[in-house]
Design a protein around this ligand. Structure first.
Ligand code: ZN
Length: 265
């Protein structure tokens, strides 16, 4: 703390500071001493510095106010030390993947495990997060990997094979025509992941991340109770949804091509 001053610091503006300095100079020159006054004499940088710095920087803040940056040790704002330990910081470097990068890595790992010899299959979400190299906050919670997973699910690239815990594998629609190549180099597993491109890498503003926009008519109300058999997997559907709920590939016969063509979106 600074020592207490005799005079209150009233000189805030430039003009006021100049006036104060002039008054002090007059006071100092009044005795008419042979030596210079205490203002202009021995230590001139200390006297007229009420409002600003001695180098003339008027208006410069003399002390900080408000929130301080947390990377500076600041006694007025104590940060929790839990996340600032050296070992924790070294173990969890700040590495942030975009959603598209997470999607490419997920599909690379799932292609690697397509024959179910690489890891336990179908793969759990946590295993995928470890395998694609998430760190820090992206590893701590599942929000970021889930966004990528459900975007892939909506585009029929991956398939939710099991729940509780959720396990993922490649979608049959994605691997029926052959899989894209992946890097065989263990030290550069993501070298060819740039080959994987997806139609959508950003979640929609409204609705679920894996949702589909309605670009075809619904099943007519009169036919919703009728059963139909999926051409793909043979599952007997109750007729409420346009796609088979078992494999998500087979289409209902209740929606004809004419209805699709004449539909107004
Ligand atoms: Zn089916």
């Amino acid at each position: 703390m600074q020592p207490r001053r005799r005079f209150r610091p009233v000189a805030r503006s430039v003009a006021a500071a100049a006036a104060a300095a002039a008054a002090l100079a007059v006071l100092a020159g009044a005795p008419g001493a042979p030596g210079l006054g205490f203002v202009s004499g021995g230590r001139p940088e200390l006297a007229p510095t009420r409002g600003g710095s001695p180098t003339g920087g008027e208006g410069v803040a003399l002390r900080a106010t408000g929130m301080q940056p947390t990377y500076v040790p600041n006694p007025t704002h104590k940060e929790t030390k839990r996340n600032r330990k050296v070992k924790v910081m070294a173990r969890m470097p700040c590495q942030w993947f975009s959603t598209a990068e997470i999607m490419r890595r997920i599909v690379t790992v799932l292609i690697h495990n397509n024959e179910e010899k690489f890891r336990d299959a179908p793969m759990r979400t946590k295993d995928l997060m470890k395998e694609i190299g998430l760190t820090g906050y992206q590893m701590k919670i599942k929000r970021y990997v889930n966004e990528a997973l459900y975007l892939l699910l909506g585009q029929k690239v991956i398939f939710k094979a099991k729940t509780s815990p959720i396990r993922w594998e490649l979608h049959e629609e994605y691997r029926k025509d052959g899989l894209p190549p992946i890097s065989k180099n263990k030290r550069k597993p993501w070298a060819l992941s740039w080959l994987l491109q997806f139609e959508r890498t950003k979640k929609p503003k409204y609705g679920p991340v894996h949702g589909e926009y309605r670009n075809r008519p619904w099943v007519p109300f009169a036919k919703r109770g009728e059963q139909w058999e999926c051409q793909n997997c043979g599952f007997i559907e109750q007729g409420k949804l346009p796609t088979c709920t078992k494999c998500r590939i087979g289409q209902t016969p209740h929606i004809t091509q004419e209805m699709i063509e004449t539909m107004e979106i």
